[in-house]
Ligand binder design. Structure first.
Ligand SMILES: O=C[C@H](O)[C@H](O)[C@H](O)COP(=O)(O)O
Length: 148
């Protein structure tokens, strides 16, 4: 899978661990920054991650900020993005299976490196269900994206 990852300064310390793990799993990953601990605004990075996903350059994205919350709010402002903060392994895969999440957000101040890599493994191994209930609900999300 081709993936995109981004972080703000608060997420940056965890990002390289996540990137190394993703490469070990055999996926390609584009890093849209940030690349150090200099303060940046998470909406700018979340937007760059979202654009790679909505353009089709990446199949899924990952955002790391302090809590994952700001990143998910920002990414969800972008049409076609279904972003979620996932800090437990069940949500990391169920968010894809039921909700077709395409940007997973992690808080570097909330989870440690070992949980972060398990979250990423769980997220990347999951596929959107073919169950018609889940498909119908995600279609309703698409309509909300279009019409409000
Ligand atoms: O939800 C927002 C994120 O957790 C940010 O990473 C956080 O607000 C950054 O805070 P600061 O600029 O104090 O490092």
């Amino acid at each position: 899978m081709r993936l995109v990852i981004g972080s703000d300064h608060a997420g940056w310390p965890l990002k390289q661990t996540v990137i190394d793990h993703i490469r070990k799993l055999g996926h390609d990953i584009v890093d849209v920054g940030s690349h150090d601990d200099k303060p940046v605004d998470f909406p700018d990075i979340a937007r760059a991650v979202a654009q790679k996903v909505t353009s089709g350059e990446a199949a899924r994205g990952i955002m790391v900020c302090g809590t994952g919350v700001g990143a998910s709010i920002a990414a969800n402002k972008m049409k076609g993005i279904r972003a979620a903060v996932c800090h437990d392994v069940h949500s990391a895969h169920q968010s894809v299976e039921h909700d077709d999440v395409n940007v997973m957000c992690i808080g570097a101040q909330i989870v440690g490196a070992w949980l972060a890599v398990d979250l990423v493994s769980s997220y990347l191994s999951a596929e959107f269900s073919t169950d018609e209930d889940f498909r119908r609900r995600v279609e309703k999300l698409r309509v909300m994206d279009e019409q409000g």
